[in-house]
Design a protein around this ligand. Structure first.
Ligand SMILES: *Cc1c(COP(=O)(O)O)cnc(C)c1O
Length: 446
């Protein structure tokens, strides 16, 4: 689509994205009004993505509830979408918590999973009646102390699966034995309503092992007088940005084959740590597979959960906002590096489309504002005064040319890419967030 890396990696687009990208005057108006870059959010895909998970749960006879991981994107529109579709939300800070309560999310549909919890945040949580995912024993006692014994706080202790089960070591949670000892008797001020597990990565096998261990722990806690009704398996539900597996394979084939210096990536970066931008299975199909795994060789995960009387809660971030966002940035200048390497300067900085991965491996779409020109190449560079201030590490090809005033549309940036690392360094303003189709500012910017 008028610009691509080598070999191309074509991002899947929602119909609303095609409508937006097909209307250069609307895009020009947006950048004029809000500056560059601007994030456009369309929340409706969230409900569709969540329904895939709920349906897969229902088919397996598992009561499945979705809590949107708020940190994936700060837009209020996505919280409202989750609320209206009957889903919940997972929050990681006082600001995230206060905002979702102010937006009318019922407290019983909120879980606080912040890795570090201030007294101020805990007080707000305790008073509002939301569920708290408890990371360690000292935190449990802090929550109990802050709570009114007459109105115990619902808590979900976080289980760190035993390393002997094959799940990689994790900083999150405590071992089952620690919780069993701590919760040998009920504790005033807290009511254990479920268990939480937060695992790195996307492996279904790790999650199956965690389900086996958590259902055993739930049973043992039941014998000690606790009444648990859910297991929260955290996030990490996989998704694909690219529809075409062949493109993904040829890209890595080209990266491995001998090639001219900087013909594929800036300074020949190897892109060792990247998200699997194409993978299978994803979302509903992935969950169906997970629920049919037999972690101990006996019962399936679905049967383990049903037998334990536990609903399955998921906290997807990225895969829930798949299809919900586009980032638009204006081309500011064309030039060459001192050694002749071609550069395309964008009015944005690299924190405005960046996750913890080495690169965002999805081709942008170029919205041209001028008649087609001669084909050319270029690396997208940004606003920070740093030699490696590069927006995408792949070298881009422009079959119809590119010129200042054109707009580069980064596709499907709703999950993390817009916000998780954004910075106001150099005192450059943060990007504004507008909601499609009205194109009014999202609540976060009002
Ligand atoms: C980040 C996070 C998630 C979401 O992870 P995804 O990979 O985006 O699905 C869910 N739960 C917790 C506790 C998290 O920290």
């Amino acid at each position: 689509m008028s610009m691509h890396g080598q070999p191309p990696l074509t991002g899947r687009r929602e119909p609303w994205m095609d409508d937006l990208l097909g209307d250069p005057s609307v895009i020009a108006q947006l950048l004029e009004t809000h500056g560059s870059p601007v994030n456009v959010i369309e929340p409706s895909a969230l409900s569709r993505n969540a329904a895939e998970l709920v349906d897969a749960g229902r088919e397996a006879g598992v009561d499945l509830k979705v809590f949107y991981a708020r940190k994936a994107n700060k837009a209020h529109a996505l919280v409202t979408e989750a609320r209206d579709a009957g889903h919940g939300v997972d929050v990681a800070s006082l600001a995230e918590l206060s905002q979702v309560l102010d937006l009318g999310m019922p407290p019983e549909r909120v879980i606080v999973s912040a890795a570090v919890k201030s007294d101020q945040m805990l007080l707000r949580a305790v008073r509002s009646g939301v569920t708290i995912s408890v990371d360690h024993v000292a935190e449990l006692h802090r929550i109990a102390d802050l709570s009114d014994p007459g109105r115990p706080t619902p808590v979900a202790p976080r289980l760190a699966p035993h390393p002997d089960t094959g799940v990689p070591p994790t900083r999150f949670g405590e071992l089952a034995d620690v919780w069993l000892e701590t919760l040998a008797e009920p504790i005033d001020g807290v009511e254990v309503t479920g268990l939480h597990v937060h695992l790195h990565g996307y492996a279904a096998e790790d999650r199956a092992r965690a389900i086996a261990e958590a259902t055993r722990l739930s049973g043992a806690l039941g014998e000690r007088g606790h009444r648990l009704h859910f297991l929260d398996l955290g996030g990490g539900v996989p998704m694909s940005y690219l529809d075409d597996a062949a493109e993904w394979d040829s890209f890595w084939g080209a990266m491995r084959a001998p090639h001219e210096p900087e013909s594929l990536t800036w300074r020949d970066h190897a892109l060792g740590n990247v998200y699997p931008f194409h993978q299978s299975p994803t979302r509903g199909a992935w969950l169906r597979e997970l629920l049919s795994l037999r972690p101990d060789g006996g019962a399936t995960c679905a049967e383990l959960l049903r037998d334990a009387g536990l609903a399955l809660h998921l906290e997807p971030g990225r895969s829930l906002v798949d299809g919900c966002g586009v980032t638009l940035a204006r081309v500011a200048f064309l030039k060459t590096r001192s050694d002749g390497v071609p550069l395309v300067g964008l009015e944005m900085n690299r924190t405005q489309c960046r996750s913890t991965s080495d690169d965002f491996l999805v081709d942008p779409v170029l919205v041209r504002t001028q008649p087609a020109g001669a084909p050319c190449d270029g690396f997208l560079v940004g606003a920070y005064c740093i030699e490696d201030e590069i927006i995408l590490r792949r070298r881009m090809h422009f079959p119809d040319g590119v010129a200042p005033g054109d707009v580069v549309a980064l596709i499907n940036t709703g999950g993390y890419l817009m916000h998780i690392l954004e910075s106001a360094s150099h005192q450059l303003p943060l990007a504004r967030n507008v909601v499609w189709p009205g194109l009014t500012l999202d609540g976060i910017d009002r």
